[in-house]
Design a protein around this ligand. Structure first.
Ligand code: NAD
Length: 259
């Protein structure tokens, strides 16, 4: 695994915690130059310190994925030190609420982060990848982090589920379009099942230990996922091991998604 991404440069959004931090670590271990972005500056600094402990470089950029201007800065900065060829759209918010309680503004704010953000960033990323390739075919891999919520629903997935289903479908639409251009721009997704991260920690009032974890009984591999299990699926999709794979979603959900 050590050289799976050598010579590659990756932008990972939401790199201040959870999956984003783990992907930054594992991608850098695999040889990539990683540009990690997030709203959360303190978290990004922690990610940077974690990688530095292992002697791995990490460029941290403040970023709001809902802002096209912020994306402009990120893409420009990331391409300044050479072409980038991996984009991981990982930043996300859950805001779990029932339909009756959810305002239009909350619905829109979830969609802004989870689907508008990846759309806006991918657009600028692909333009830059093509510009950097010149006359040669452009090569890149885009990995979207969707969710089991794109397929399976719970009452509180009012906005989260549709936003992730939209991102899953955008993955397919872009794979078709970018594959038709004679380029080698692949677009895939990872759909995690439930994993303990700051997002799921914050999703209910009770501390993790005091929660009713009966949800795992519905999962064939009856446990929560591990953060690294999700990060390794993204690593595979980003790498040339997946060079004939596009338009697909890899579920990392203990078998829950399709039963
Ligand atoms: N943890 C799970 O069980 C689970 C399951 C399925 C999918 N996911 C998805 O995985 C991704 C990562 O989630 P996580 O569990 O690691 O949660 P997390 O909360 O640890 O990480 C999400 C990161 O996104 C950042 N972020 C939020 N809004 C942003 C914005 N507007 N601009 C830039 N950054 C922003 C946050 O600051 C945070 O660092 C999300 O897209 C989430 O929906 C998580």
């Amino acid at each position: 695994m050590s050289s799976l991404l050598s010579g590659r440069r990756a932008i990972i959004t939401g790199a201040a915690s959870g999956f984003g931090r783990a992907m930054a670590h594992i991608f850098a271990q695999a040889g990539a130059d990683v540009v990690g972005t997030d709203l959360n500056q303190d978290g990004l600094a922690e990610t940077q310190a974690l990688l530095a402990d292992d002697g791995l470089p990490f460029e941290a950029l403040e970023h709001d994925v809902t802002s096209p201007a912020s994306w402009n800065t990120v893409i420009e900065t990331a391409f300044q030190n050479g072409p980038c060829d991996i984009l991981v759209n990982n930043a996300g918010v859950a805001k779990l609420q029932r339909f009756g309680e959810m305002s239009l503004e909350t619905f829109q704010s979830v969609c802004n982060v989870n689907i508008l953000g990846p759309f806006a960033g991918t657009k600028l990323f692909v333009e830059q990848v093509r510009a950097a390739a010149g006359e040669a075919p452009a090569r890149a891999s885009i990995v979207n982090i969707t969710s089991i919520a794109a397929k399976k629903s719970l009452p509180v997935f009012t906005a989260y589920g549709p936003s992730k289903a939209g991102l899953a479908n955008l993955t397919k639409a872009l794979a078709v379009e970018l594959g038709l251009k004679g380029d080698f721009i692949r677009v895939n997704a990872v759909a995690p099942g439930p994993v303990r991260t700051p997002m799921t920690e914050a999703a209910a009032d009770l501390p993790w230990e005091e929660r009713d974890h009966s949800l795992v009984k519905a999962i064939p591999i009856a446990r929560y996922g591990e953060i690294e299990e999700v990060a390794k699926a993204a690593l595979y999709l980003a790498s040339d091991r997946a060079k004939f794979v596009t338009g697909h979603t890899i579920p990392v959900d203990g078998g829950w998604g399709d039963i």
